[in-house]
Design a protein around this ligand. Structure first.
Ligand code: TZP
Ligand code: MG
Length: 221
């Protein structure tokens, strides 16, 4: 029985996936094509990440993305746009360091929506946790063309150092490694204590996307 004075939120334990696919547009593929590829390969945790379009355009694509994800029983995260996430009733919202602050976004979306935040440094990690992020996308692991204006590369040593600091401070927010991650990186990354990974190119460019997803999922559980 729930005791008086406690909000529902305290009793709501969000599910955070360990493998998040980040949508991408290439010459051959639209964002939705990339999501379809990831879903068909077995990925059940998708982020719609669209840059350089209007909110209306992104909303239209988000409506299609959520239908597609529903069909596969997958969870959709919307990057950058709280209103779009609210309108399509996405499972989550992901906010970067220059986006709306997490507490402000919380007041715009449903109480049960999960909100992830980006971090590149220990200072970012601390402020994301203080802001109440449900998970942290920490990167970049290595160089990638997928993101513009990339922050300094962390490499394995960077994750090892930051995860050590997480432990010392008893911080438990799940850390998702991002940026140029490939299936071969999962084992070393896991040894640093990260919770999961977010990737795009490694799946889009995979010869056998299904095998790639199962390989990654096995390495992560
Ligand atoms: N943030 C840091 S790197 C990145 C984002 C959104 C892109 C990750 O894509 P890829 O293709 O797996 O490097
Ligand atoms: Mg952003």
């Amino acid at each position: 029985k729930r005791s008086a004075g406690h909000s529902d939120q305290q009793f709501h334990t969000p599910v955070i996936g360990r493998l998040q696919f980040i949508s991408q547009e290439t010459e051959e593929m639209s964002h939705l094509d990339s999501i379809r590829l990831a879903l068909e390969a077995g990925c059940r945790w998708i982020q719609l990440r669209i840059k350089g379009r209007t909110e209306e355009e992104i909303l239209a694509m988000a409506r299609e993305a959520i239908q597609l994800c529903d069909r596969f029983g997958a969870r959709l995260i919307i990057n950058d746009h709280p209103r779009v996430a609210r309108t399509v009733q996405a499972y989550g919202l992901h906010l970067g360091l220059t986006d709306m602050p997490i507490p402000e976004a919380r007041s715009l979306v449903s109480r049960k929506m999960i909100i992830g935040g980006t971090a590149n440094t220990w200072e970012d990690i601390q402020s994301r946790i203080a802001e109440g992020a449900d998970y942290i996308g920490l990167g970049p692991f290595r160089f990638t063309r997928t993101k513009q204006n990339l922050s300094p590369i962390l490499g394995t040593d960077g994750y090892a150092r930051l995860m050590q600091q997480m432990t010392e401070n008893r911080f438990q927010t799940p850390i998702i490694a991002i940026g140029g991650v490939t299936p071969e990186d999962i084992d070393v990354l896991r040894q640093t204590g990260i919770y999961g990974v977010a990737l795009s190119s490694a799946l889009i460019g995979a010869a056998d996307p299904k095998a790639t997803v199962s390989q990654i999922q096995q390495a992560l559980c």
